[in-house]
Write a protein that binds this ligand. Structure first.
Ligand code: ZN
Length: 100
């Protein structure tokens, strides 16, 4: 074993998927197939426990619709926050589960 540890070649993904999933924002639910919209850190949500997650407007709205007690972080510009709230109001919780 005279090989330096950091010289290992990159390993292919273990699950056998050939194409890597496009990187999405942190607010995108794993089961939500929709792509991001706009900047990936356009807004931040705060959940009931005070945990923060940054995401695009689209995924923040989708997440907010199903996250009870969550809100948009006060640092988010008002126009952006309103956009997220108004979108979330139109969405059922976990919209992707019913194909929306
Ligand atoms: Zn997103």
């Amino acid at each position: 074993m005279n090989q330096p540890l950091d010289a290992s070649p990159p390993r292919p993904s273990a699950d056998g998927t050939a194409t890597p999933a496009p990187r999405r924002c942190a607010a995108a639910a794993a089961k939500d197939p929709t792509p991001c919209e706009g900047p990936r850190e356009a807004a931040t949500l705060v959940d009931r426990q005070g945990r923060e997650v940054a995401g695009c407007v689209h995924h923040c709205a989708r997440l907010l619709a199903g996250l009870e007690g969550a809100r948009v972080h006060p640092f988010v510009p008002t126009s952006q926050a309103l956009e997220i709230y108004s979108r979330a109001r139109e969405l059922p919780p976990f919209a992707w589960e019913i194909g929306r």
